[in-house]
Design a protein. Sequence first.
Length: 113
Amino acid sequence: QVQLVESGGGLVQAGESLRLSCAASGRSISNYVLGWYRQAPGKQRELVASITRGGTTNYADFVRGRFSISRDNIKNTLYLQMNSLKPEDTAVYYCTLIALNYWGQGTQVTVSS
């Protein structure tokens, strides 16, 4: 079993930044592809970014150039640096250990215009 706990969400104004963290426990995440998803009210959950165990990253077009995913395998933690936030980034953000379909409880990000 793996427990994933997100933190770092909050209410910010457009143009500001947030850094989300996802702390894992119960198993090392170093060998797994990790991802951040988000779900806005009334919309389907969508992939924001992913990172392989070797550090190769992939981003959705709507965040490329603004968001940055990273991992610290020693701290067993996943991060998402979000810059130049827009109101349309408002959603609950979830981290996931993709191959094993483990999910955190989510953290709310709200961006006001």
